[in-house]
Write a protein that binds this ligand. Structure first.
Ligand SMILES: NC(=O)c1ccc[n+]([C@@H]2O[C@H](COP(=O)([O-])OP(=O)(O)OC[C@H]3O[C@@H](n4cnc5c(N)ncnc54)[C@H](OP(=O)(O)O)[C@@H]3O)[C@@H](O)[C@H]2O)c1
Length: 266
């Protein structure tokens, strides 16, 4: 049984259901043990199919995120039962609050109490949050059950180093998971990252993932292409030097890609 969140995972956002099962199966066969899905992605059933078809032992870790409009107790439990049925892989390893309840409409204490109830019902093993600011995370950690939060999944890329939030999350003892790590594809063509990649005989994506891993951040990368999946996975073997890291650190522009109308005040 994997007890802590694996540091390199496969994302499935914007991957249509038809391609998802194959992508998940191929990633698991390459060694991935962490798959990120969400109710909002409409592909939970396909993720479950990929898991079952892979033939890999179930003792791995999964995430299914709960959308921000179902955080009240009854809605949360009902939605986790629905995810549990769609995935059809037994207990979900990790459920995340996908976005904080806008304006705190549903108190985090209510959501966390429902997460604990879902644990007792055998629907989920762990829970965490996503897109929480440092203030919201502190508030969550102080609520009953808050200390069990395993991760804050947030956007981090070379162009949004998100340093204050990453530092605060890590200082609070919560793992940071990075989404949209390539800055919506921008990393592939960035001259600084390309030069570092050339120096190491690596790809710009690998350099970007290695930079995130060097900061103790869990990486989510999405790909339906088995060659990309393999090459991304191999980023875990790439060690950047202090000079490479310092150069990537200069690329931070605070450029946020995921900022919907219901996002918290960053
Ligand atoms: N919590 C949240 O609010 C939130 C928000 C956004 C995303 N997420 C999660 O984070 C995951 C990662 O974010 P993302 O989907 O933006 O991922 P990403 O890995 O930054 O970008 C995915 C895209 O990059 C391409 N790609 C991946 N590796 C490549 C490579 N080596 N060479 C060339 N192209 C490559 C993929 O195309 P190919 O398929 O052709 O390889 C795909 O189009 C999501 O899938 C989702 O699970 C969470």
């Amino acid at each position: 049984m994997v007890e802590t969140i694996p540091s390199f995972g496969l994302g499935t956002f914007r991957v249509d259901a038809e391609k998802t099962a194959n992508a998940v199966e191929s990633a698991l066969q390459l060694g991935y043990r962490h798959i990120d899905t969400a109710q909002f992605y409409n592909n939970e059933a396909a993720v479950g199919k990929g898991v079952r078809d892979s033939g890999i032992a179930r003792d791995d870790i999964w995430v299914t995120k709960v959308w921000w409009d179902r955080l009240a107790r009854d809605k949360l439990i009902a939605s986790l039962k629905d995810s549990h049925a769609k995935l059809d892989i037994g207990t979900i390893d990790l459920a995340l609050v996908h976005w904080p309840s806008p304006d705190g409409a549903v108190p985090i204490a209510e959501t966390l109490a429902a997460m604990q109830e879902a644990q007792k019902l055998g629907l989920i093993r762990h829970y965490g949050v996503s897109n929480f600011t440092a203030r919201l995370l502190e508030e969550a950690l102080e609520a009953p059950g808050g200390r069990e939060i395993v991760t804050n999944q947030i956007e981090v890329s070379p162009f949004l180093a998100n340093r204050a939030l990453v530092d605060a999350t890590q200082r609070l003892g919560v793992k940071v998971t990075a989404y949209m790590p390539l800055g919506e594809g921008r990393a592939h063509n960035d001259p600084t990252i390309k030069a570092i990649a050339a120096k190491h005989g690596a790809t710009p994506a690998q350099v970007t993932f290695a930079w995130l891993l060097s900061r103790g951040i869990v990486v989510l990368s999405a790909s339906t292409n088995a060659q990309h999946q393999q090459s991304n996975w191999d980023a875990q073997k790439l060690k950047l030097d202090a000079d490479d890291i310092a150069k990537i650190d200069t690329l931070d522009e605070g450029k946020r890609n995921a900022n919907p109308s219901f996002a918290p005040k960053w």
